[in-house]
Each structure stands twice: as C-alpha cells, then as structure tokens.
Design a protein around this ligand. Structure first.
Ligand code: UD1
Length: 425
C-alpha cells in the first residue's frame, strides 16, 4: 500500500499564519477523482494493470484496501501501483470500508461486467447531500441486469449484459463511470445520453481504451460503447488534479502572489481560470503547467454546475476568497443539497454570510481573522486553508483527516510556496 501511515501519526490540526503572498513553484498531484474509477476499472481484466503517479491520499489507500479484499494482487513501488486481478470475489468483503468510502460503489460496474454478480452495501448519504444511486441502477438495468436492495445491500446480477440506450436525467459523474465500465464487456452497443463530461470521465475512457475497450464518441453528453469480449492489461498515468490546481491558483490570486504549477492543465480549468481572470489574475500557460500572478480578491458571483460549468468542488474555496473581498458576492450551489458546511466555519473567522436555500450572499469586508475552525468535509478544509493564508493572526484547522482524503501533501505544497503552515498534534 502507498505509505501514508504517517499522516495520522503526525497530528490532526494545521496551524496557518498569514505570511504574505505565495511565490515559487510546485507539482500538481494526480487527480483523486480520476484515479478512483481507474482503480475500480482495473478489476475488468485478468491481466496486469500498472498505474503511475499514484497520489498518497487516504481515499486511494482505502480503494487499494478494497481491491485487495476483492482478491486482487496489489503491489506498490514508489508511486507506481500494479494490480493483478486473476480471480476475484463479487461480494463486498469489507462492509465497514465499503460503507465508509463512497467511491467503493464504482466497483459495481466492473464486477457486474466481469462476473455477472455483485453485492455491495448501499453507500448512503453523506454530509454534503443525500447522494442517491438511482442513476447507477437505472444504467445497470438498461444493460439487462437485475437489481434489488435487501437489508441495506444492493444485489445486482445478469450473466450476459447487452448494450442498450440509457438516458441520464442528470449528468452524474459516478453513474456515467459505472455504466461505461459495465458496458465495456456487454454484448453490442451502448449509448449513454446525458452523460457527465468531466475531464475525469475522459481520462477513464482513455484508460479503458488503452485496455482495448471500444468507446467511439464523446461529445456533448453522448458516449457510445461497443462491447468487447475481454480487456487486457495496460500501463497508464492518470491526469493531474484540476481541483488541487484550482485551489493553489486561488491561493496565489487572493494573496497577490506569483506561482508556477507544474502539471496543471489549463484546458481542464476553464471556469476557474476565467473567474480568477475576472478578479484581475494573469495566467500564463506553459508546456507542462501554468503560472498565475494574482491581484487579491474581488467580489464574485458563482453558480456551481456540472462540467463544463463551475466545479462544485471549488465552490467552498471560492467562497472563502469572497469573504476577504470588499463588497457583496453570491455563491449558488446547484449540484449538492447541503454543501455549505464551511459557512459556519468561515463565520468563526468574521465572515458575514447569509444563506437562503442554495444561495449564499457574502458581504466581504476586506479581511478575516484567524480562529479555531473545523474541516467539516474535504473541500471545506481547502476553503479554510485559503482563508487562513490571508486572515489576520493564527488559524487552527481541526479534523484535517478530511483534507488528507483527497489532497496529497497540501501542507507541503503550501510550504514550498512560502506559506507559514504547520501540522500540530
Ligand atoms: C463526483 C466527484 C465529486 C464531485 C461530484 C460532482 C468522484 C470520486 N467524486 O462525485 O468530487 O463533487 O462528482 O462533480 O469523482 N445523483 C443522483 N442520483 C444518482 C447519482 C447522483 O441524484 O444516481 C445526484 C447526487 O445526489 C448529486 C448530483 O447527482 O446531487 C451529482 O452527483 P455525482 O455527479 O454522481 O457525483 P459523484 O460521482 O458522487
């Protein structure tokens, strides 16, 4: 397993002191949301799959734990992972871990396609929303599978899946991924209409194609998959993390810094970079990365929506930036029902935020004050780092295990850019 055992030993808080603008350069890690479905998809073949530049984050460790529990051989050498799934089990072998990690549901598509049977605990809701799985199930049924829910478990079976046309009422990222993975080994052609179009979906498609899958078209929400009999091994490096890149870009922008982010892909960052440009930031892409030069924070109006819209995963960090602007901003969350948990934490730092339904109105007064706050979820943790970097005084962020689920060494990256940030017990 990738060795991130130290993470929890070192402590559970971050202390941040405003140390002025960020300068310097750092490398962006591999995308969490790209690698999780890719790890699940590695069960689609009996041959060896090599995945490179694997990030040291808890979600990946938990996914590796489940891969092993499903019977796959997994070895790690530095940041390279080798998965060999010659024989596998189809019943979720570790209820606790499968229930804890939402992405565990991504094992359903590959296991159904390969073995014709799978049972998994219902992933349930989480703090940011209900997160049902009806669209995943709709997709499996359209491929000819039977699905029942018994005692909190989803049981899915269908010995020979066959292609079908699936219309997704909402472009769910996870449902699109599960359906593509299941359809790869189904008989005939599957068309997904209303599919999600996030860069992580495109990356999964590239990964599957490198294993021999036939996926023909991806444009404006339509994906066509021609089933094949078997998939083979591959050697693949997933894309960089656009949310981590966006978070560091925002930190540079609001602190008035000037940083270079190697591996950041400007093509995946359009809504974020355009919003930062509205705030006066200058962005200079170069081969293999980008440089951003910031001018501080200005009020903004943000509406999160599926790709290519403004990413919901950047909503919380941008709200933190709005708090230190001078003037009124609005932030509307349309993807998840309850993604404003960071509001109460930002208020502890002196933010003036009024929430009405899914919209928050932020009256920025040009500054925040350091406080003891809690990373209530992954992206809330990133938002509090942004706030702490520019607040007056000292900010203590508790429960940073949420951050460690999805950001590889964020603290180290901020340090390399000159921030005063320290892990505390
Ligand atoms: C993925 C990302 C997450 C990101 C989200 C939206 C991963 C591992 N996680 O999560 O970081 O915030 O996309 O960009 O890639 N929905 C239904 N029925 C379903 C499935 C989803 O109603 O069957 C709803 C959800 O409740 C939510 C919305 O659709 O309100 C978006 O969810 P979805 O796109 O599925 O997100 P995830 O794949 O869970």
């Amino acid at each position: 397993m990738i060795d991130n055992k130290n993470i929890h030993k070192k402590g559970k808080c971050l202390k941040i002191i405003n140390n002025g603008p960020l300068f310097g350069e750092c490398d962006i890690s591999t995308s969490k949301n790209a690698i999780l479905p890719i790890l699940a998809a590695s069960l689609l073949t009996k041959e060896t799959v090599v995945i490179r530049k694997v990030p040291k984050i808890t979600d990946v460790n938990n996914m590796i734990f489940l891969l092993k529990a499903f019977g796959a051989g997994v070895t790690v050498s530095k940041d390279t992972l080798t998965v060999s799934a010659r024989t596998i089990k189809t019943t979720s072998p570790n209820e606790y871990m499968a229930g804890k990690l939402r992405a565990s549901f991504l094992f359903m598509g590959p296991l159904l396609a390969r073995e014709g049977y799978v049972t998994m605990p219902l992933p349930g809701g989480c703090r940011i929303g209900l997160r049902p799985i009806d669209l995943h199930i709709k997709g499996f049924k359209a491929l000819g599978a039977k699905v029942i829910t018994v005692s909190g478990h989803v049981i899915t079976w269908g010995k020979s899946l066959s292609g079908g046309t699936i219309y997704l009422d909402y472009p769910s990222v996870g449902a699109t991924e599960n359906i593509i993975m299941a359809a790869c080994l189904a008989r005939g052609t599957t068309t997904v209409i209303g599919a999600a179009a996030e860069p992580e979906i495109t990356d999964l498609v590239h990964f599957l194609k490198s294993m021999g899958a036939k996926i023909h078209t991806i444009d404006s929400g339509r994906i066509i998959i021609e089933g094949v009999d078997t998939l083979g091994g591959t050697d693949y490096t997933p894309i960089s993390d656009r949310i981590e890149a966006g978070t560091l870009m925002l930190a540079a922008a609001v602190s008035g810094g000037d940083i270079r982010l190697n591996r950041a892909n400007i093509n995946h960052l359009e809504p974020v970079s355009l919003k930062l440009a509205e705030a006066g930031a200058e962005i200079f892409p170069y081969s293999g990365g980008l440089r951003i030069k910031g001018k501080g924070a200005v009020p903004m109006d943000i509406v999160s929506s599926p790709y290519p819209g403004f990413p919901t995963d950047m909503q919380a960090p941008f709200m933190a930036a709005c708090c230190i602007a001078n003037g009124v901003s609005t932030v509307s969350e349309t993807v998840f029902e309850n993604r404003f948990l960071h509001v109460a934490e930002l208020e502890k730092m002196g933010a003036d935020i009024t929430v009405a339904g899914r919209t928050a109105v932020i009256t920025g007064r040009g500054h925040l004050s350091g406080a003891e706050v809690c990373a209530t979820d992954l992206r809330a943790g990133a938002a509090l780092c942004i706030a702490g970097l520019v607040a007056h005084g000292e900010t203590i962020i508790k429960d940073i295990y949420h951050l460690e689920r999805g950001y590889e060494d964020l603290e180290g990256k901020f340090k390399r850019l000159g921030a005063s940030i320290q892990r505390m017990s």
